[in-house]
Design a protein around this ligand. Structure first.
Ligand code: 8X3
Length: 251
């Protein structure tokens, strides 16, 4: 039987790379994001490879999240794999200078949004005694770096939620695991630095960062293990990264 995957944050970065890799392997896709034009383009491309359904909603709005999941047609309603990828960093300031709207966005999207989507999907997985949830964490969920304060807090929350989900879903036939990427070259820093391209590009200069496809490969590895194997928690960095603050940059 063909598996069905629900991917949040599918319109860019790791979510999009995962959607493409899953499509190549014939996984049925529910692609989620805010940006309808991007969803439409991606869906048109991937429809050549697999069945695709798109859901556009604001993950910060719980009514929208539950209504979107509820609206899935029967053919897409049995979700085998949930990739909780939607997440962003907004700003990088000391705690005294941080912007409270940025804090709200990071906690609302990275933490509460992930919870809303999971709550909307988990009950049916429990009914079917089967499912696989992959939470995209971060090295920022394992350590705190200067000016990372609230972003790191949001990813530490993802780390705790991943552990909590695994405890609460134990014995129900559902796999729960986190993949925690380090530096991956995506739109992440463009968003974090609010379109300051020079500052964003500098994050990835002088070394070879991970690509979204590298993380998609790891996700694919996790979802293709035998039924008794669960990848519970995996941190992935590029060769030149040793920790959030130690990166071997040339020049
Ligand atoms: C993204 C990695 O190093 O910017 O989660 O926190 S980092």
């Amino acid at each position: 039987m063909k598996k069905t995957a629900f991917i949040t944050g599918a319109t860019s970065g790791i979510g999009m790379a995962t959607a493409k890799l899953f499509a190549k392997n014939g996984v049925k896709l529910i692609l989620c994001g805010r940006r309808k034009d991007r969803l439409k383009n991606l869906s048109e491309t991937l429809s050549a490879l697999t069945e695709v359904f798109t859901l556009s909603f604001d993950i910060r709005n719980k009514e929208e999240v539950f209504a979107a999941v509820e609206s899935l047609p029967k053919a897409f309603s049995a979700i085998d794999i949930l990739i909780n990828d939607a997440g962003n960093a907004h700003g990088m300031d000391t705690i005294d200078e941080g912007n409270t709207n940025d804090w709200d966005a990071m906690l609302d999207i990275n933490v509460k949004g992930l919870l809303y989507v999971s709550k909307a999907i988990i009950p049916k997985m429990i009914e079917r005694k089967s499912g696989h949830i992959i939470n995209i964490g971060s090295t920022a969920g394992k350590e705190v770096y200067p000016k990372g304060n609230v972003y790191c807090a949001s990813k530490h929350a993802v780390d705790a939620i991943n552990k909590g989900m695994r405890l609460d879903l134990n014995g129900k036939g559902i796999k729960v695991g986190a993949i925690n990427p380090g530096l991956v070259e995506t739109e992440f820093s463009q968003v974090r630095f609010k379109g300051d391209s020079e500052r964003a590009e500098k994050v990835y200069q002088g070394y070879t960062p991970l690509k979204p496809e590298d993380i998609a490969d790891v996700i694919w590895f996790a979802v293709t293990r035998p039924p008794h194997v669960n990848i519970a928690d995996l941190t992935v960095m590029c060769l030149d990264q040793a920790s959030s603050t130690i990166v071997n940059k040339k020049g």
